[in-house]
Design a protein around this ligand. Structure first.
Ligand code: CAA
Ligand code: NAI
Length: 715
């Protein structure tokens, strides 16, 4: 705070300061890192309003945030703990009821409870760069401090529902247009702008203006409100399938039009508490903290990343092209290497096609495509990579081919260049062994489509140096990926878990469930697609090749289901061949169940002497989840994943695991590890090899602990 007339008003709370600027009391929230509304802040705000009210020298109050934000919202770490007074609705009501003028001056984030504080003030100003939003839905909640009642009064039902159901951030300019704020600051000096605005309001004798006093129907008529609510209900039923809080948000917003303000607030509170107590809130809050925690691998603290300004990509197929686009989109130049001119032309065309798709969908403009492609060059000669700071290899999944590529990279790349492989399964230590510099070799496992999918597994082989790992994390940040540190093993974290998930599904299918029932059960659980739909999408031939490769080393105790092989032998590889587990009309992406597939499944059961049992959808989910949880426990025990939360983020961001369930480890904790262990022990009577309980689960249950005890975080 800079104004020269400022004087401290009283020794206020450590996180909420009070400074008199003439007759304006500036209430400053200073609670790093983001001014979340912890109990001390709430208390400090109420005390400040009371002090302002009692002090005849004060004619108006200006609320501002210190640091980079106004207020980022409620303190998410307090959710699920016993509530401490004053609660946020009380704070907001107290602000609104202040008989002296209260103005909020917003910079940075004014989100959730932060925006609700501002909405309770009598006037709002924001400077450019401010982000205003009600993102509670992303945490399984609804705005619980009057947001559902005040926002529609200010901006109408349709706009309020849009903000609350999407959770998106509106910029200051849009907020002004919507009516969420009253004034856009001319400069970014939030305190100066705020004080000037307050003085202007005082000079104009502006009235104290509680938002609650506004009629909910002043801007939108009854019909428009009903139409907005009905449209939101309809859309939410399909788009937010399985989610608990969106419908509650709509109910609360509707109440802004059908109930008096205080009754609307009371309903909002009831619905908020229902959301707060829902397992979805626990899952989503866990995901919020976990996705921040994964970026803090030990190497990021221990080492400084190497500078990366130019990037090479070897291979211009599905992954190479997608990776190139991800890098170009981050504003970095890319040099692509292919085997010959023809393959290079295909690689470039691949990259262009990705951009054409984005242009066609209206996601980018034509000139953005041109600007990105201007950073792209291609070559058939490895010498073109001589100056690259980091090279990502994405050639065929074949050890001999990869080794040949890495020995070339070793020959041409400058000292200190990071050499990365996008291999899905191969031994990265062996690949590193093809170079004279294994300390520079790392795995960067992208997911398809690589320019869209958020997950990046950073695979750390034995001999890589810490600064190379730190460089990979920094690259992930630049590419806006969610990085997860994984140890080297067959399939790393994600594909290793995918393998047991598929195996457990195959066992169920051979034992009696149809692939269509299994897919349906997993969709109902929250996956966007069932496991067999995914096989059809990715191409059955890929898994078939992997199964053939592993056949010689497969443990003889492992039960092997041949149904998928029977389909592949017929050339049924899924969507691309028009048939797989489903039948596809030409060009269609959704398939129809296929009686012939069911006959093949039945024939296989007969061949191996299994008479079909029936399974409920619930049993299907339990088995598939137990398979993932058990293997994930082994992945953590072996140190392949640093913590259970790294597994959770891998499956949420790379494999469609429903975020609202928090990931498989959080889900296991919510089920209760003793329940999971009992189920595994029961299943191991059917197949002691596959269902052997992980020693980590056994140990945790003995200790009365759960996976969260290994996360080292508050969630
Ligand atoms: N409560 C507690 N901690 C929070 C927090 C919150 N609301 N928001 C952020 N943090 C923490 C983060 O966990 C992180 O901690 P670590 O450094 O220990 O990892 C730190 O603050 C910085 O956060 P980011 O790394 O996300 O920083 P950023 O600058 O990239 O983004 C932000 C800042 C836009 C504010 C972003 O943190 C954000 O979106 N926060 C959440 C906002 C939100 O969802 N608010 C609604 C809360 S629910 C609510 O308010 C309900 C209600 O009405 C009662
Ligand atoms: P692809 O077959 O689509 O592309 C491979 C490309 O590499 C081809 O364009 C080929 O011409 C080129 N190539 C082969 N040898 C080369 C050489 N010596 N020098 C230069 N270019 C060469 O394969 P895809 O799907 O892109 O896979 C590439 C890698 O990415 C594999 O290791 C795969 O396991 C991995 N991966 C694949 C995923 C997927 O969903 N397709 C997901 C994650 C990783």
């Amino acid at each position: 705070m800079t104004a020269s007339t400022a004087s401290p008003a009283s020794p206020a709370s450590p996180v909420v300061s009070r400074t008199l600027h003439g007759n304006v009391l500036v209430v400053g929230i200073d609670h790093p890192p983001v001014n979340a509304l912890s109990v001390d802040v709430r208390r400090g705000l109420v005390e400040a309003i009371e002090a302002a009210q009692a002090d005849p020298a004060v004619t108006a109050v200006l609320i501002v945030g210190a640091g980079r934000n106004f207020i980022a919202g409620a303190d998410i770490r307090e959710f699920g703990k016993p509530p401490l007074a004053p609660l946020l609705p009380t704070v907001c009501n107290r602000i609104e009821a202040c008989p002296k003028l209260v103005v909020a001056a917003i910079h940075g984030a004014a989100l959730g409870g932060g925006l609700e504080i501002a909405l309770a003030a009598h006037y709002r100003l924001a400077v450019r760069g401010a982000k205003l939003g009600l993102p509670e839905v992303q945490l399984g909640l609804l705005p619980g401090a009057g947001g559902t009642q005040r926002t529609p009064r200010l901006i109408g039902a349709a706009a309020a529902l849009d903000l609350m159901l999407s959770g998106r951030h509106a910029r200051a300019e849009e907020a002004l247009q919507l009516g969420l704020i009253d004034r856009l600051g001319a400069t970014d000096d939030v305190l100066g702008e705020g004080l000037a605005y307050v003085r202007e309001l005082l000079a104009a004798h502006a009235a104290v203006r509680p938002t609650r006093a506004a009629s909910a129907l002043s801007d939108a008529g009854v019909d428009a409100m009903r139409a907005a609510v009905e449209a939101a209900r309809k859309e939410t039923a399909t788009r937010a399938r399985g989610l608990f809080s969106p419908m509650k948000i709509i109910d609360a917003v509707e109440a802004a039009f059908t109930l008096p303000f205080d009754e609307g607030l009371a309903l909002e509170r009831r619905l908020f508490v229902e959301c707060l107590e829902s397992p979805q809130r626990a899952g989503l809050v866990h995901a919020f903290f976990a996705e921040r925690e994964v970026a803090k691998a030990p190497e990021t603290k221990a080492a400084t990343p190497r500078a990366v300004a130019t990037i090479g990509v070897v291979g211009g197929g599905t992954m190479g092209a997608g990776i190139a686009v991800a890098v170009l989109d981050a504003g970095l130049p890319v040099t692509m290497i292919e085997r010959d001119d023809e393959a290079l032309a295909r690689g470039r065309a691949h990259v262009e096609r990705v951009y054409d798709g984005l242009v066609a969908k209206g996601r980018i403009k034509t000139d953005a495509k041109a600007a990105a492609l201007a950073r792209f060059t291609g070559s058939t000669s490895y010498e073109a990579l001589a100056q690259a700071d980091l090279v990502i290899e994405a050639v065929f999944e074949d050890m001999a081919v990869k080794k040949a590529v890495f020995s070339e990279l070793d020959r041409v790349c400058k000292r200190g260049a990071v050499l990365a492989t996008n291999t899905s399964y191969l031994d990265i230590d062996e690949i590193a062994g093809a170079t004279s510099r294994p300390a520079d070799v790392i795995g960067l496992h992208f997911f398809s489509p690589a320019n869209i999918m958020k997950l990046l597994e950073i695979v750390v082989p034995a001999r890589v140096s810490a600064d190379v790992v730190a460089t990979a994390f920094e690259l992930a940040r630049q590419l806006r990926k969610v990085p997860v540190r994984a140890g080297a093993c067959d399939g790393f974290i994600g594909n290793r878990l995918l393998a047991v998930y598929r195996t457990a599904a195959d066992y169920l299918m051979e034992d009696g469930a149809s692939p269509y029932q299994i897919d349906r059960a997993m969709r109902e659980f929250g996956y966007p697609m069932g496991p067999y739909q995914v096989v059809d999408l990715a191409g059955g031939d890929i898994g078939w090749a992997a199964r053939k490769r592993r056949a010689p080393t497969r443990d003889p105790r492992m039960r092997y289901v041949e149904i998928a092989d029977r389909l592949c032998e017929r050339g049924w590889f899924g969507q691309k061949t028009g048939r797989g587990f489903y039948r596809y009309e030409p060009g269609a992406r959704t398939g129809a169940p296929d009686l012939e597939v069911e006959a093949i499944v039945e024939a296989e059961r007969l061949r191996v002497g299994i008479s079909a049992r029936s399974f409920t959808d619930d049993e299907i989910v339990r088995r598939l989840m137990c398979a993932i949880i058990n293997e994930a426990a082994n992945v953590v025990r072996e140190g392949i994943a640093l913590r259970p939360l790294d597994v959770d983020i891998t499956l949420i961001y790379g494999y469609g695991f429903p975020r609202y369930r928090g990931g498989p480890m959080k889900y296991a904790d919510m089920l209760g590890l003793p329940t999971v262990l009992a189920e595994l022990e029961r299943l191991s009577q059917e197949d002691a090899f596959f269902w052997r309980p992980s020693p980590l689960i056994v140990k945790l249950v003995e200790r009365g602990a759960d996976f969260s005890s290994l996360n080292g975080t508050a969630s």
